[in-house]
Design a protein around this ligand. Structure first.
Ligand SMILES: Nc1ncnc2c1ncn2[C@@H]1O[C@H](COP(=O)(O)OP(=O)(O)OP(=O)(O)O)[C@@H](O)[C@H]1O
Length: 260
């Protein structure tokens, strides 16, 4: 059911939520007492110093790891015990799960392959007559939405690093995720690619939730509506960037590491 913009603004819909999340490795609690609400149509950042537990939280949410305690809910359904492939089919997708770029295929063929995956929620849509045309149209649309139309016939291996990451995002979007988890999407990118990918993420989040681990705090400030700061496995602060960046505990945690 469509929700009007007014309704969405009034009561942002929680699509992914965790309560009391904990993960022990041996006697060590890598994540503890984590409560998280990720809202539809927004970009949410998970930040924190090295070793804070960000990757572990991602692994817990996508079910690559089983929590020691706590619950995880996706669009109202308890997924705490659901296997990762099923969670992905329900619409919670982490970029690398499906985004392996085939280096010797063209950009267009990479997206076509992603659209034809057996798990693709939209697969039924292609089956009737003119399935191939629809597939091609959807592939072209996806490329246009991430600004890769000009490179459609290039071999993926020949793309620059930044454009390859954009292609990865396009192949991830082929699954039409409701919640997209991005693990350091800007890692290793130059300034120009960072601004292109930032714009893409902002656009992608118009009708889905994006949760991203990101070390580049300028990016977080520019595109994330909600920020959760982790430290030693626990939530240190949360709110919008302006709020958390003023928090003395966050400044302390980041002392000497904040990027401009
Ligand atoms: N499989 C594991 N076994 C034991 N300890 C682990 C395991 N995975 C993570 N840890 C520990 O849990 C803590 C959190 O690690 P995690 O990788 O989640 O942090 P992070 O915030 O993603 O760090 P970074 O920014 O460096 O990637 C670290 O102390 C790490 O050594």
């Amino acid at each position: 059911m469509a929700v009007s913009a007014t309704q969405t603004n009034a009561t942002p819909r929680v699509v992914l939520s965790a309560r009391g999340l904990r993960k022990d490795f041996g006697g060590f609690a890598a994540v503890k007492n984590v409560d998280l609400d990720v809202h539809d149509a927004s970009v949410h950042a998970l930040i924190g110093p090295n070793g804070a537990g960000k990757t572990t939280v991602f692994n817990l949410l996508t079910k690559f790891l089983q929590p020691t305690h706590g619950t995880i809910t996706l669009m109202g359904t308890d997924i705490t015990r659901t296997p990762p492939d099923k969670v992905a089919r329900m619409g919670l997708v982490r970029s690398f799960q499906i985004s392996a770029v085939f280096p010797h295929l063209s950009v267009l063929d990479n997206v076509r392959v992603a659209l034809q995956r057996p798990n693709n929620l939209s697969t039924q849509f292609w089956r009737p007559v003119s399935a191939l045309d629809r597939l091609n149209n959807r592939a072209e649309q996806l490329l246009a939405s991430v600004g890769l139309s000009k490179e459609r016939d290039q071999i993926a291996a020949d793309l620059s690093y930044g454009r390859k990451r954009v292609l990865e995002i396009a192949t991830t979007l082929a699954l039409d995720p409701k919640v997209l988890l991005l693990d350091e999407p800007m890692a290793g990118m130059g300034r120009e690619d960072v601004s292109v990918v930032s714009a893409i993420i902002r656009e992608v989040a118009r009708d889905r939730a994006v949760l991203m681990v990101e070390h580049n705090l300028s990016v977080v400030a520019n595109i994330c509506q909600q920020v959760t700061v982790l430290q030693r496995g626990e939530i240190l602060a949360e709110g919008d960037y302006a709020t958390v960046s003023q928090d003395p505990r966050v400044r302390e945690a980041y002392m000497g590491t904040e990027e401009g």
